[in-house]
Ligand binder design. Structure first.
Ligand code: PLP
Length: 393
C-alpha cells in the first residue's frame, strides 16, 4: 500500500455533514452556468449587525491580533457567564465557559473528553449529523431516540427511556432542533429530566445554538431543571453563528462543569489554540449591544417559513409541519412516491433547487427533505414553483 493511502483506521468512523457536500455539488453546477436556488446550507443570509462588525474592526486596529488565553478572553467569558446565567436562570462562573471557533468544536471536544470505547450515547434521530459522527469516532455506540412528525418532532418519553441504560455516558438533546424545527417545551424538558434523574452518572449535552430563534413560548433549557445545572452534569453548547449571523467569524462556546472545561480547554490547546481574537471582541459587543437585530431576523425567518410551509403543502404528496424554532422546514415527502435521496437529487438536477435529504440526519429522516429558509422570499417562491413543476411532471 502506498504511504499516501495508509490512513489511521479511525478515519473510517468519521462521518460528515451533507450540507457541505450538496453545497459543493450545487456550486459546481453553477460554475457550468446552471441557476441554483440554495436552500441547503444552514446559515443566516443576513449581514452581521454593523456595531458588531465595527467592534471586530476596532479590535484589529487596537492590536488584538495575537493569541488569547485558550479558554477565551476573560471579559467575553464573564459576559457569556452572565448571559447564560440570566437566560437559563442558573448560577454560572466564568471558569465554566470555554470560547471556541464556532459552536461545533464544543461537540468535538466534549465527546472526545467524555466518550470511551463501548460507552453508549443517546441522541435524537434525525439530528445534526456531527453528533453521531463524533460519537463513533470516539469509539462510542450511538443509541437513537426517534423524532417523528406525528409527535411534533418531540421525543416519545417511553422510547427515550428505553434508550437509556447503565452504559449511557452521555445524552444529547437539541432544541430548537436542526433539521426538524421541533422544540422541547418546558413540560418535555421536565419529563426528560425525570427520566435522567434515574441515571445520575450520565452527562447531558444540550445543544442550544438556536435558543434565540424560537417562534412561540419561552425557551426551555434542561440546565434550568433541578440537578441539571452546568456546574453538575450539563454541557450547554451555544454561540454567535445563528443568533447574530456570524457563521464566518467562527465564534461559539460551551458552558460546563469547571473540571470538564479545563479538559476541553486542553483539547483546544492541542488543536486550534484559541478562538480568533478579534471575533472574541466582536462577541463582547454582540452580547452587550442592542438585540433588535435578533428579533428582526427571527421575524423575517417566520415570514419565510410561512411562505415555505404553505407553498409546500400545496404540492401533492408533500406534508409540511409548521416549525416552532430554528430556520428549517422538514416536510414529509412520502406521498410523492420518491425516496428522500432520490427526490433531493432530482430537485437539484432537474429543478436547480439545492436541499438536503432527511437521511443525511439519520435513518428516521427517511421520507423527509430539509429546506433552509436562509434565502430571500423571492428565491423561496422561485424554488417552490420549480419543486411544484418537477413533481407534477
Ligand atoms: N449545532 C447545530 C444543531 C447546528 O445546526 C450547528 C450548525 O449548523 C451547530 C451546532 C454549529 O454551529 P457553528 O459551529 O457554526 O457555531
Amino acid at each position: 500500500m502506498k504511504a499516501s493511502e495508509r490512513l489511521a483506521s479511525r478515519m473510517k468512523l468519521l462521518g460528515t455533514e451533507s450540507a457541505f457536500s450538496v453545497l459543493a455539488k450545487a456550486k459546481a453546477l453553477e460554475a457550468e452556468g446552471r441557476d441554483i436556488v440554495h436552500l441547503e446550507i444552514g446559515e443566516p443570509d443576513f449581514d452581521t449587525p454593523g456595531h458588531i462588525v465595527e467592534a471586530g474592526c476596532d479590535a484589529l486596529r487596537n492590536g488584538h491580533t495575537h493569541y488569547t488565553p485558550s479558554a477565551g478572553v476573560m471579559e467575553l467569558r464573564e459576559a457569556i457567564a452572565r448571559d447564560v446565567a440570566k437566560s437559563r436562570n442558573v448560577p454560572v462562573e466564568s471558569g465554566q465557559v470555554v470560547v471556541t471557533p464556532g459552536g461545533k468544536p464544543v461537540m468535538f471536544f466534549s465527546i472526545l473528553a467524555l466518550v470511551e470505547e463501548g460507552d453508549e450515547v443517546l441522541l435524537p434521530n434525525p439530528s445534526f449529523p456531527i453528533y453521531e459522527s463524533m460519537v463513533r469516532f470516539a469509539g462510542g455506540k450511538p443509541v437513537f431516540a426517534p423524532l417523528r412528525q406525528e409527535n411534533d418532532f418531540r421525543f416519545d418519553l417511553d422510547e427515550f427511556r428505553a434508550g437509556m441504560s447503565e452504559k449511557t455516558k452521555l445524552v444529547i438533546i437539541n432544541s430548537p432542533a436542526n433539521p426538524t424545527g421541533g422544540v422541547l417545551a418546558k413540560d418535555d424538558v421536565a419529563g426528560l429530566a425525570d427520566i435522567l434523574r434515574e441515571y445520575p452518572d450520565a452527562f447531558v449535552f444540550s445543544d442550544e445554538i438556536y435558543s434565540r430563534l424560537l417562534f412561540e413560548g419561552e425557551f426551555a433549557s434542561i440546565a434550568s431543571e433541578d440537578g441539571f445545572s452546568p456546574s453538575g452534569r450539563t454541557i450547554i453548547l451555544d454561540g454567535f453563528s445563528k443568533t447574530y449571523a456570524m457563521t464566518g467569524w467562527r465564534l461559539g462556546y460551551g458552558v460546563m462543569p469547571e473540571r470538564l472545561a479545563g479538559e476541553v480547554a486542553k483539547l483546544q490547546v492541542n488543536s486550534n489554540s484559541c478562538a480568533n481574537a478579534a471575533a472574541q471582541y466582536a462577541g463582547i459587543a454582540a452580547l452587550a449591544g442592542p438585540q433588535g437585530s435578533v428579533d428582526d431576523m427571527r421575524e423575517e425567518f417566520r415570514e419565510r417559513q410561512d411562505i415555505m410551509v404553505s407553498g409546500l403543502n400545496e404540492i401533492p404528496g408533500v406534508e409540511c409541519a409548521v416549525p416552532k424554532g430554528a430556520f428549517y422546514v422538514f416536510p414529509r415527502i412520502v406521498g410523492t412516491g420518491h425516496s428522500a435521496d432520490e427526490l433531493a437529487d432530482m430537485l437539484l438536477d432537474e429543478a436547480g433547487v439545492a436541499c438536503l435529504s432527511g437521511t443525511g440526519f439519520g435513518k428516521y429522516g427517511e421520507g423527509h427533505l430539509r429546506f433552509s429558509c436562509a434565502n430571500s422570499r423571492e428565491n423561496i417562491r422561485r424554488a417552490l414553483e420549480r419543486v411544484g413543476d418537477v413533481l407534477s411532471k
